[in-house]
Design a protein around this ligand. Structure first.
Ligand SMILES: NC(=O)c1ccc[n+]([C@@H]2O[C@H](COP(=O)([O-])OP(=O)(O)OC[C@H]3O[C@@H](n4cnc5c(N)ncnc54)[C@H](O)[C@@H]3O)[C@@H](O)[C@H]2O)c1
Length: 249
């Protein structure tokens, strides 16, 4: 139970990786607040005394404020933030990417991180401790054609997290980035170009790109999130943690 009595906010909690993280963090003794646009799939955690769900759009400033306030009021501290929300980009030539599509990807993948980290910093500074894990993507070091906007948004997450790590270090707040490799969740199929056979591209393109020979499971990512939120990483900050079966090599 390496997270006993810690209170952790997980965004994208209804997603493949987010839900696996919620389950594991609860198992490890944490209080967990799971936030997502839709929280129906989190019903199975409703009976856990340390679980709270929050349905809302993390691009809304007031919603983000409310989540942190409600968490603090219920549990009395905010020790961790795991930002696991995100959207994919269907592989598209830059000529065909509209400004609205580009902005949406940057907003969901980066503005949400800004808003939640700003709020986390407010509470964690009061406590002079806390841990933030922002999920990026292996594509920042190994891009694929047609994913230019997605890759840019994840590159921004990495740069932002390093800058924030330095800024918040005097307050004993750790900020790290976790870059997953291709993972077996709904999102993976959404990276394929329109008209491409999703199952085939998962197997032929994504799985074959992983040196360790298989797609990542959501649980593989959850284990590393747990580690980065625990006291085992008190001296780890500003780091970029690759959980990708060797894909980034
Ligand atoms: N699956 C992969 O292969 C892969 C690879 C590298 C990085 N990633 C990254 O890992 C993270 C988790 O991915 P996943 O595979 O679990 O994806 P997923 O699609 O299963 O989950 C993403 C979740 O984010 C939520 N979300 C999106 N916009 C939101 C908003 N505005 N407010 C609140 N919630 C919102 C969605 O509702 C969804 O439940 C993402 O940041 C993704 O970019 C995924």
């Amino acid at each position: 139970m390496i997270l006993q009595d810690k209170t952790i906010i997980v965004t994208g909690a209804s997603g493949g990786m987010g839900k696996a993280a919620v389950a594991l963090l609860l198992e490890e003794g944490a209080n967990v607040v799971g936030c997502d646009l839709n929280t129906d799939v989190l019903d199975e955690f409703k009976d856990s005394p340390g679980f709270m769900e929050y349905k809302g759009n993390l691009l809304e400033e007031d919603t983000v404020r409310d989540i942190f306030k409600a968490t603090y009021e219920r549990f009395g501290s905010i020790d961790g933030l795991a930002n696991m929300l995100g959207i994919a980009q269907s592989a598209t030539s830059i000529d065909d990417v509209s400004l609205d599509e580009y902005r949406k990807i940057m907003d969901v993948n980066m503005t949400s991180i800004f808003l939640t980290c700003r709020e986390a910093a407010f509470y964690m500074k009061k406590q002079q401790q806390g841990k933030i894990v922002n999920v990026g993507s292996v594509s920042t070091t190994r891009p694929r054609p047609g994913l230019q906007s997605y890759v840019a948004s994840k590159g921004a997450v990495e740069a932002f997290s390093k800058a924030l790590a330095l800024e918040l270090a005097p307050n004993q707040i750790n900020v790290n980035v976790l870059h997953p490799g291709p993972s077996d969740t709904n999102m993976l199929g959404q990276f394929s170009a329109e008209g491409v056979n999703v199952d085939e591209s998962k197997k032929e393109i994504f799985e074959k790109s992983v040196p360790l020979g298989r797609l990542l499971k959501p649980e593989d990512i959850a284990q590393s999130v747990k580690f980065l939120l625990s006291d085992q990483t008190n001296m780890v900050t500003g780091s970029v943690f690759h959980v990708d079966g060797g894909r980034s090599i």
